[in-house]
Ligand binder design. Structure first.
Ligand SMILES: [Zn+2]
Ligand SMILES: [Zn+2]
Length: 244
């Protein structure tokens, strides 16, 4: 299974970059975890949009789904051009997906995610866990036929659920929105102290921090976590690809 970082900023993208979006690939299967602002332009460096099989949206904050409507238009045009013959499955964790602004039900199939769902897309199996956030938000686990697993935290405050859900994951992509000095000053997100505790307790084999802040020195996030946890972590950046 190959995991590529498409976007990794929190809130809004820095110049020529994107907010949360990860491409997960196994053989011919291509899925997206979140589809943030700027993601579509970046994604096309890696695959053609018509080759996408499914998109999973962790919650409806726009830094995680801003480009989903542009993707619907892309699917419409690629279908009209004859390059795509099936609807794109879009799975969204939200209270009410009927209030969302999709316009072409034959082009995209929008599904309301339940935490108990087990979604199979080609060779990949996706499961979910409730986060602690301002609105309903879920973490996602993607497992391949060999049993390798990726856990993507999406947005969450500190909670036992994310520790349990990411137990022994081969790769944990975890949000890190704040520095050590900002310990729990803002609810619904993690700082470096929280991340250190979670990765120590979860025993994830590889860790990538994401959903990065627009202030401070980004390299300090990993430095603080490594000092607190004695574990190596990578900081997300564009085109970072990890095979597990
Ligand atoms: Zn966010
Ligand atoms: Zn959020």
């Amino acid at each position: 299974m190959q995991v590529t970082t498409i976007g990794y900023w929190g809130a809004y993208p820095e110049v020529n970059e994107a907010t949360s979006c990860y491409l997960v690939q196994e053989n011919d299967t291509n899925i997206l975890l979140d589809c943030g602002s700027g993601a579509l332009a970046k994604l096309q460096n890696h695959i053609s949009l018509e080759d996408l099989d499914a998109v999973f949206i962790s919650h409806t904050h726009t830094d995680h789904m801003a480009d989903i409507y542009s993707l619907e238009y892309a699917m419409l045009i690629q279908t009209q051009l004859g390059n795509r013959t099936r609807p794109l499955d879009i799975y969204i964790y939200a209270e009410d997906i009927a209030s969302l602004s999709f316009e072409y039900p034959g082009i995209v199939s929008v599904h309301q995610l339940q935490l108990t769902d087990h979604i199979f897309v080609g060779d990949l199996h996706v499961t979910f866990s409730e986060n602690k956030h301002e609105i309903p938000c879920c973490a996602m686990k993607v497992t391949n036929p060999q049993g390798s697993s990726l856990v993507y935290s999406a947005d969450t405050g500190y909670c036992d659920a994310i520790i349990e859900f990411s137990q022994s994951a081969d790769l944990l992509i975890i949000e890190c929105s704040f520095y050590e000095a900002q310990y729990r000053k803002i609810k619904g997100h993690l700082n470096t102290t929280d991340v250190s505790t979670i990765i120590t307790k979860s025993k994830a084999r590889k860790v990538v921090i994401t959903h990065l802040p627009h202030f401070g020195q980004i390299r300090k996030l990993a430095e603080e976590i490594e000092a607190l946890s004695q574990k190596n972590v990578q900081t997300a950046h564009e085109h970072l690809t990890i095979t597990i």
